[in-house]
Design a protein around this ligand. Structure first.
Ligand SMILES: O=C(O)C(=O)C[C@]1(C(=O)O)C=C[C@@H](O)C=C1
Length: 128
């Protein structure tokens, strides 16, 4: 999404019928598109809630790891989880390469958070 589109799509004023196609396609086609998009809207909202819950859990892991000076990353856990999610993706007819890329993207952000938590923890200890 471009900066300009981002400004237009303010979360508080979400217009489910917003579209650059408005006025350019047949109304019946537009109605069908909007009907499908209502499911996409629910799924995207669910994804945000799911990710928020996941980051709440990994935040706790970050604090635990910082407290006990454990490394941010756990390659053994990552490999096991990636293999599992690739299998689940195949069963669900989702591209397993995409599932792996998506998980790696999330995990790299989690590791960044873990490192920041560990730095804060060390700074707090140094001050005491
Ligand atoms: O389970 C952990 O140890 C985590 O830190 C969480 C998590 C993840 O986001 O799934 C992140 C980093 C690790 O490399 C492995 C897994």
């Amino acid at each position: 999404m471009t900066e300009q589109n981002h400004a237009l799509a303010d979360a508080d004023s979400f217009d489910p019928s917003a579209s650059s196609l408005a006025g350019h396609v047949d109304q019946a086609v537009m109605d069908e598109l909007l009907s499908i998009r209502s499911s996409i809207d629910n799924i995207d909202a669910t994804l945000v809630y799911l990710l928020a819950e996941r980051f709440k859990a990994t935040q706790k892991v970050g604090v635990l790891k910082a407290t006990y000076k454990l490394p941010a990353g756990d390659p053994g856990r990552e490999a096991a989880q990636i293999a599992r999610l690739r299998r689940l993706a195949e069963e669900a007819h989702l591209d397993p390469a995409f599932a792996e890329k998506f998980l790696n993207f999330i995990i790299s952000e989690v590791i960044r958070h873990h490192e920041a938590i560990a730095e804060d923890h060390q700074a707090t200890i140094a001050q005491a």
